[in-house]
Ligand binder design. Structure first.
Ligand SMILES: O=c1ccn([C@@H]2O[C@H](COP(=O)(O)O)[C@@H](O)[C@H]2O)c(=O)[nH]1
Length: 233
C-alpha cells in the first residue's frame, strides 16, 4: 500500500449530486468516507456507487445508543458492504460487545472503529464543559482500551494521541486519524491537529483529510500536494 492509499477523503457534502461531482473530480482517491451530512440527506445510494467504482468506503455514522439498538444498527449497516464503520466508545462495554457480536457471523463484516475523543474538542472543554476528570490523553487511551477489550477492531483518535495508542494497543489495532491539517491549510473547527506526515510517522494507519482537499480552490492540486508530502516518509 502506498501512503496515498492511507488517505480517506470525506464526502461531507449536502447531496448525492455534489458527492458524485467530487468522485468524478478526484478519481485518484481510493478511499471515501460517508458521514452524517450525506447519509441523512441522501441515504445509502452513494455506498452502492462507491462499490460500482471499486472504491473503499468508510461509513462514519458514529452510533451512540443502548446495546440492542447499536447491535441492530451495525447489522443493518453491514448490508452495504462498507470497509469501516464507527460507533462511540462512550456507548460503553456492553454496547461495544453487542456491536461486534451482531456482525461476527457475517462473511465480510466491516471493521468496527470506536470514536475516542472527538478531534474538535480541546482539554479545556473536556474538563470544564464535559466534566471529565482525566487528562485528555488518558481519557482517550482508556476509551481505546475499552474498545479493544470489547473486541472492536480499532479506534478513531487525533494524531496527537496516536503514538501513545499505537504503543499501548499494539500493531494490530487499527488507528484512524481525522484532525489532519497540512501546514498550508487552516484548522477550522478541529482542535488537536498534526500534519499528514507527522500523523503517519506517529503511527496512524489511515488519515481522514477533508476540507484541506475538498474545500481547496483546486482539490486535485491539494490532493497531489499532500501525496507529494507523504511520498518519502
Ligand atoms: O473525532 C473525529 C471523528 C470524525 N471526524 C470526521 O472526520 C472528518 C474530518 O474532516 P475535515 O474536513 O478534515 O475536518 C469529518 O467528516 C468529521 O466528521 C472528525 O473530524 N473527528
Amino acid at each position: 500500500m502506498t501512503n496515498s492509499d492511507r488517505i480517506i477523503v470525506p464526502l461531507d457534502v449536502p447531496d448525492l449530486e455534489s458527492a458524485i461531482a467530487l468522485l468524478d473530480l478526484l478519481p485518484e482517491v481510493n478511499f471515501w468516507k460517508v458521514g452524517l451530512e450525506l447519509f441523512v440527506s441522501s441515504g445509502a445510494e452513494i455506498l452502492g456507487i462507491l462499490q460500482e467504482r471499486q472504491k473503499k468506503s468508510f461509513l462514519d455514522l458514529k452510533f451512540h445508543d443502548i446495546p440492542n439498538t447499536i447491535a441492530g444498527a451495525c447489522r443493518s449497516a453491514s448490508r452495504y458492504q462498507v470497509d469501516l464503520l464507527t460507533l462511540h466508545a462512550t456507548a460503553g462495554r456492553q454496547a461495544l460487545t453487542a456491536a461486534k457480536g451482531a456482525i461476527s457471523d457475517l462473511l465480510s463484516p466491516p471493521k468496527l472503529l470506536a470514536i475516542t475523543v472527538l478531534t474538535s474538542l480541546n482539554a479545556r472543554e473536556l474538563a470544564l464543559d464535559l466534566k471529565i476528570p482525566l487528562e485528555l490523553s488518558e481519557y482517550g487511551l482508556n476509551l481505546a482500551l475499552l474498545a479493544k477489550e470489547s473486541g472492536i477492531d480499532g479506534a478513531v483518535c487525533s494524531p496527537q494521541e496516536v503514538a501513545q495508542l499505537r504503543r499501548v494497543c499494539g500493531e494490530d489495532f487499527l488507528l484512524v486519524c481525522p484532525g489532519v491539517r497540512p501546514s498550508w491549510s487552516t484548522k477550522g473547527d478541529q482542535s488537536r491537529v498534526m500534519t499528514p506526515a507527522q500523523a503517519l510517522k506517529a503511527g496512524a494507519d489511515y488519515l481522514v483529510i477533508g476540507r484541506p482537499i475538498t474545500g481547496a480552490e483546486e482539490p486535485k492540486v491539494a490532493w497531489a500536494k499532500i501525496c507529494h508530502e507523504l511520498a518519502d516518509i
